[in-house]
Design a protein around this ligand. Structure first.
Ligand code: HEM
Length: 420
């Protein structure tokens, strides 16, 4: 029977067909079962078209990326969701902020759990984004043609740090107040414009209502918007740079045959019936994004959410006494990721707070433009990259040592103490 002559279904049939009609109105076809359908799913689905139709097998190796980029993204998504929920309760006022924290703990359903999730995801994101940068460096993935994506990554790391730092002040307890007082005074050590920068950040000469409002606006609106934009460009560049980095062999050669392939471009010719390798009979070392890439991503998502849920059930985010500007804790410590800086500041205010970190960020930014050799890309600790990796790891380890000293071995008046 043609559609034109098909009768309108009766009341019971409408109900029976309701679920499938709703489903089909959203997803036009069934789940893909042929190569053509798998290709067109990646092309036509709003959420999935960020994926290429096919990805190289090497991209899916958990031991290569360790999933760190994805975990960074998922932590950011958890932060957005929990952050928006927290905004329903929070008031950026020095007279109310702390009480709102107590409300979250005592009266709001799941309030403390929400705050825990937000706090632990924020710390986790700082650590994981840093580790993701280490993975990219140690596999040489910043090299041509990915130089600019590396630079974007460095900016992403700085924005992530700043986002976490601005959130630190919001509970308005002793920990928040003094950590931000110490953190922003480090910015004040910059020559010529240091004091002005500090003033612009705080809206005043000391941390107070103006600073709380500025940090709040930066934390809930400006910096997340910047991060969303930068992450979008970061992902777009991954596509445009030819997918993730991989060793020369994985890029050019089919492993079983050793046949050297031509550089492949996926275009509309992918829309043919039957397996992709029929086109030109080229030996192929790639797999369809649907379902291979999608399943790996879902796995990392479930893992990330599960870990955050468990940690948030087990540990409460700290909340100290309300702010008392007359009684600084001794020692007053910056957030843990800036404790390396604070430790260096104790030797030299300018070099520790501005000089060395400035040189480090500058070095990170120019690395892909001075390290031009093409060898050793796509492999952990490639022997061709021994020098670059050794320098990088030494600096990372030094930073970690300074953070550990600042966190555990510094007591009153910044004297050395034993944590045991
Ligand atoms: C909010 C922070 C970030 C997010 C959400 C993010 C996300 C991702 C994702 C999902 C990938 C692909 C999978 C993977 O490599 O794990 C990736 C790749 C990449 N990321 Fe990031 N990233 C961030 C920060 C950074 C940083 C700090 C750097 C370096 C300074 C960086 C540089 C790169 C580069 C060069 C690639 C391509 C790697 C390759 O081809 O092997 N990203 N990023």
């Amino acid at each position: 029977m043609s559609n034109a002559t098909k009768e309108t279904p009766g009341g019971f049939a409408v109900l029976r067909e309701l679920p499938s009609n709703v489903w089909n109105s959203i997803f036009r076809g069934p789940l893909p079962s042929t190569d053509l359908e798998r290709s067109s799913t990646s092309f036509t689905n709003f959420f999935l078209h960020i994926h290429p139709v096919k990805v190289n097998r090497h991209t899916l190796r958990p031991a290569y990326t360790l999933g760190l980029g994805l975990i960074s993204l998922f932590l950011f998504l958890i932060l957005v969701v929990t952050g928006v929920l927290l905004m329903f309760y929070y008031v950026p006022s020095t007279t109310q902020a702390y009480d709102r924290m107590l409300d979250l703990r005592g009266t709001v359903a799941f309030g403390i759990f929400l705050r825990n999730m937000h706090r632990w995801s924020a710390h986790g994101m700082v650590a994981i984004v840093f580790l993701h940068m280490c993975r990219v460096f140690l596999t040489g993935a910043y090299k041509k043609p990915r130089e600019f994506n590396w630079v974007l990554g460095v900016v992403l790391l700085l924005v992530t740090l700043f986002l976490s730092f601005t959130g630190y002040l919001l509970p308005w307890d002793q920990l928040a107040f003094w950590a931000i007082t110490v953190g922003t005074s480090i910015a004040g050590y910059a020559p010529l414009i240091g004091k002005q920068m500090q003033f612009v950040l705080l809206g005043d000469t000391t941390v107070g209502q103006e600073a709380l409002l500025r940090f709040y606006v930066l934390h809930v609106a400006v910096l997340p918007a910047v991060l969303v934009l930068l992450i979008a460009v970061h992902f777009w560049r991954i596509r445009k740079d030819g997918g993730l980095s991989r060793p020369e062999k994985a890029a050019e050669t089919a492993p079983q045959t050793g046949v050297v392939k031509m550089r492949k471009v996926y275009g509309l010719q992918g829309f043919v019936r039957g397996p992709f390798t029929k086109v030109g009979n080229v030996p192929d070392d790639s797999v369809y994004s649907w379902p291979n890439l999608l399943m790996s991503e879902l796995f990392v998502f479930v893992l990330t959410v599960s870990v955050i849920l468990v940690v948030s059930l087990a540990f409460n985010a700290p909340l100290e006494q309300p702010v008392n500007v007359m009684h600084p804790p001794n020692p007053a410590k910056a957030p843990w990721y800036f404790l390396g800086l604070q430790e260096m500041v104790s030797y030299s205010a300018f070099w520790g707070g501005i000089g060395i970190p400035g040189i480090m960020v500058g070095l990170l930014l120019v690395t892909p433009y001075i390290d031009r050799g093409a060898k050793g890309v796509g492999k952990w600790f490639a022997k061709e990259r021994l020098l670059a990796n050794t320098i990088f790891l030494t600096l990372v380890i030094l930073n970690v040592i300074f953070i550990v000293i600042g966190t555990f071995f510094r007591g009153p008046n910044w004297t050395l103490v034993s944590p045991f």
